[in-house]
Design a protein around this ligand. Structure first.
Ligand code: SF4
Ligand code: SF4
Length: 494
C-alpha cells in the first residue's frame, strides 16, 4: 500500500485530499491473534450458516416467521403479542455494547462483527486466492488490461457475487425457512417478485460493500464506530503502540547490531527506541492507518498490527508487545482500573436488564389471550338487559393443536354469556377471534363491575386471566326509566 504520510489525523487515511479513494492492499500476517480470530470467525460463520438448518421443537433454531407473525427462538415461540419483549432485546444489546466497549474497546468490531468476519474470512480469501498477496494485487491493479487480468477480475467478481448471494439467501432463510427459500429459488422470479427484488438488491449491496466499499463502512457509516469515542476512556482496553518504548525510531541495521550485542539498546537506556520504522504494522492494517499515530477512529481492533510487530520484535530478539492490548493509562505506565463509574453503571444496568428480561421470558406462555371491547358504544341497553360486547383473541403458539375452555369468574348472578361457551379448538400456531357478549337483566344491574375471564388450556396448567369492566348506564337513571315504563304500562292497561 501507499505509505505516503498522512497529512493530519483529522483526515481519513484511505481518502486523499482530492477526495479520491486510496485503496488498501493489506499484507498477509501470521500470529497468535490472527489464528484466534480465524477460529472465532469460522465458529461465527458456521453459527450464521447453520442456525436456519438446525431444528428445535419442529422449527429452525432461529426462525422469524413474519408472514405468520410468529418468532421461533431455540424452541421458544413468541407471537406478535409478545413483541414487547423486543424492548429487553434492544436495550440489552445496547447495554451490552456499552459495557463491553467501556471495558474492551472495539472487541466487537475486530472479532465478531459480520462486516469484519465476512470481509476478512470470505472475500479477502477469495481475493488472495485469485490475485495473490498484497504486492501482486497492487501490481495487478496498476497493470494494463490483458486477457489474464480480465480473467482474474471476472473470476473474482463472479465469486464475490456468488458469496453475496449465498449470504443473502441464508439471511432470507431466517425469515421464510430453508425449504421455502429452496422452493422460491426453483420458481420463476415472477412467482415471487418482491422476494426476488429483495434478494437482487441485497446481493448487490453486499457485493458493492465487500468488493469495493469495505473499511469505508466502518469509518463512514457504522454508528457504533462513531459512538466509540463517547464510550471509551483512558482505562479502556485498546490496541496501541508503546511510544515510550518504541521512540525514537531506529533502523533495521542498527537494531540488528544491537540484537547481535554490538551495542546496548532499547529499554536498557539507549537513546534509540525499539521501533525500526519497518511499517509492517501499517502494511497489514485493513483500514490503512498507522497505529503509531495514536488511537484513531478508523482502528477496528483487528490485532493484525500486534501480530505483525511481534513478528518483527521476535526476529530482532526484542520483547514482544511494542504494539499490544493495553489501556492508554497502561501505555503511560499507570495502572489500568477495570472498575470505574462508567463500567459499574453499565454493568448494573446490564445485570438489571438481564434479570428483568429473564423474568419476562419466564412469563411467556404457549398461548395468549386478548380481550378488546368492540368499537362503538361501550354498552347497550335494550328493554330487557344491559349488554357489553367484546372480541376475544386466542393464539395457540404450540406446534400442535390445542383445546381451550373459556369461563367467567367473579361475575354476578344473572350474567349471561353468548359466544365461546363450548370448548375451543385451535390448530397449530393458529388463532381465533370471536365475539363474546355479556348481558345482565336490567333489574339486576347494580352499576359497573369487574368480570374475570379465564382461559383454561385443555393440557392442564394454569389458566390465563384477563379482567374487563362491565359498563352500563347510571343506575339511578336506569331505575327512573324503568319506573316510568311501568307507570306508562299501568296507564295503558287501565
Ligand atoms: S511493525 Fe513494529 S517495528 Fe515495525 S514500524 Fe510498526 S511498530 Fe515499528
Ligand atoms: S491499527 Fe492495528 S488493530 Fe487497528 S485496524 Fe489497523 S491493524 Fe487492526
Amino acid at each position: 500500500m501507499e505509505l505516503d504520510p498522512r497529512p493530519n489525523l483529522d483526515s481519513v487515511a484511505t481518502i486523499r485530499d482530492d477526495g479520491s479513494r486510496r485503496f488498501v492492499y493489506m499484507a498477509d500476517v501470521r500470529g497468535s491473534f490472527t489464528r484466534m480470530r480465524e477460529v472465532s470467525a469460522l465458529v461465527l460463520i458456521a453459527v450464521y450458516l447453520l442456525l436456519p438448518w438446525i431444528p428445535v421443537r419442529g422449527y429452525p433454531a432461529v426462525f422469524l416467521d413474519i408472514a405468520s407473525r410468529r418468532f421461533h427462538l431455540f424452541g421458544l415461540t413468541l407471537a406478535v403479542q409478545d413483541a414487547w419483549l423486543l424492548f429487553f432485546l434492544i436495550t440489552g444489546l445496547g447495554f451490552s455494547l456499552f459495557f463491553v466497549t467501556a471495558l474492551l474497546g472495539r472487541i466487537w468490531c475486530g472479532w465478531a462483527c459480520p462486516q469484519t468476519i465476512f470481509l476478512d474470512h470470505v472475500f479477502r480469501r477469495i481475493e488472495r486466492w485469485i490475485e495473490g498477496d498484497a504486492v501482486q494485487r497492487r501490481l495487478l491493479a496498476g497493470a494494463p488490461w490483458t486477457a489474464g487480468k480480465a480473467a482474474k477480475r471476472v473470476l473474482k467478481h463472479s465469486l464475490y457475487i456468488a458469496a453475496s448471494a449465498i449470504i443473502t439467501h441464508l439471511f432470507l432463510a431466517y425469515f421464510v425457512s430453508i425449504p421455502h427459500v429452496w422452493a422460491m429459488m426453483r420458481a420463476a422470479p415472477g412467482a415471487n417478485w418482491s422476494v426476488f427484488l429483495f434478494i437482487a438488491v441485497a446481493t448487490g449491496i453486499l457485493y458493492f460493500n465487500f468488493a469495493w466499499f469495505r473499511e469505508q463502512l466502518c469509518i463512514v457509516i457504522c454508528p457504533y464506530g462513531r459512538l466509540q469515542s463517547a464510550l471509551v476512556d483512558d482505562h479502556t482496553l485498546i490496541i496501541g503502540y508503546d511510544a515510550g518504548r518504541g521512540e525514537p525510531r531506529t533502523t533495521f541495521a542498527e537494531a540488528r547490531r544491537h540484537a547481535d550485542g554490538a551495542v546496548t539498546t532499547g529499554e536498557g537506556g539507549s537513546a534509540r527506541g525499539d521501533c525500526i520504522a519497518c511499517s509492517r504494522c501499517v502494511q497489514v492494517c485493513p483500514t490503512g492507518i498507522d497505529i503509531r499515530d495514536g488511537l484513531q477512529l478508523e482502528c477496528i481492533g483487528c490485532a493484525a498490527c500486534i501480530d505483525a510487530c511481534d513478528e518483527v520484535m521476535t526476529r530482532l530478539r526484542r520483547p514482544r508487545g511494542l504494539i499490544r492490548y493495553d489501556s492508554l493509562s497502561g501505555f503511560s505506565g499507570r495502572r489500568t482500573r477495570w472498575l470505574r463509574p462508567r463500567t459499574a453503571l453499565y454493568g448494573i444496568l446490564l445485570l438489571a436488564g438481564a434479570g428483568v428480561a429473564t423474568w419476562a421470558l419466564s412469563t411467556v406462555r404457549p398461548e395468549s389471550l386478548g380481550v378488546t371491547r368492540m368499537t362503538g358504544a361501550p354498552y347497550f341497553v335494550d328493554s330487557d338487559s344491559v349488554r357489553n360486547q367484546f372480541f376475544i383473541r386466542i393464539v395457540n403458539k404450540r406446534p400442535e393443536p390445542a383445546r381451550f375452555v373459556l369461563r367467567l369468574e367473579q361475575a354476578p348472578a344473572g350474567l349471561r354469556q353468548t359466544g365461546l361457551t363450548d370448548a375451543i379448538d385451535i390448530p397449530p400456531l393458529g388463532e381465533i377471534v370471536e365475539p363474546l357478549i355479556l348481558q345482565v337483566v336490567r333489574s339486576a344491574y347494580q352499576g359497573p363491575f369487574i368480570v374475570r375471564i379465564l382461559l383454561q388450556p385443555g393440557t392442564g396448567g394454569p389458566a390465563m386471566e384477563r379482567r374487563v369492566e362491565f359498563l352500563g348506564p347510571d343506575v339511578r337513571l336506569l331505575r327512573e326509566e324503568e319506573e316510568e315504563r311501568r307507570t306508562q304500562n299501568g296507564t295503558l292497561i287501565r
